[in-house]
Design a protein around this ligand. Structure first.
Ligand SMILES: [Zn+2]
Length: 118
């Protein structure tokens, strides 16, 4: 994956996260104190169920999911794994990443995942 491309995606992700978080902060006072206590790494850690539950209450499941995906994508950039599918390890199409910077699965895995959850 090209470094320049990753850098562009990283900026997009950070912007998206900032936007999401600022929306949340204005929509919930409680959430602000929650965010301040949060360590990024806690959010991808399954041990933080309590924080998850509180955040879901505060922000709703859709935004919560999106926030987690953005966090995961940022961590994958740090680990040099950005753009690789989490399930099969293949490259995610660049056009897909441009449309969804926080995509962590290739289109094939994503659709089989969605079928499974239905
Ligand atoms: Zn895949």
């Amino acid at each position: 994956m090209e470094k320049n491309f990753i850098e562009v995606m990283r900026k997009k992700l950070i912007d998206a996260k900032a936007e999401l978080v600022s929306n949340l902060i204005t929509s919930s006072v409680d959430f602000k104190s929650l965010v301040e206590k949060l360590d990024v790494r806690d959010m991808v850690d399954s041990a933080s169920d309590d924080i998850d539950r509180k955040m879901i209450e505060a922000i709703g499941i859709q935004d919560m999911k999106r926030l987690r995906l953005i966090e995961s994508a940022l961590i994958r950039i740090e680990q040099d794994k950005y753009g690789l599918c989490m399930r099969c390890g293949k490259r995610i199409a660049q056009t897909r990443l441009e449309a969804i910077p926080y995509a962590i699965m290739c289109i094939g895995c994503q659709s089989s995942e969605e079928r499974r959850n239905r």
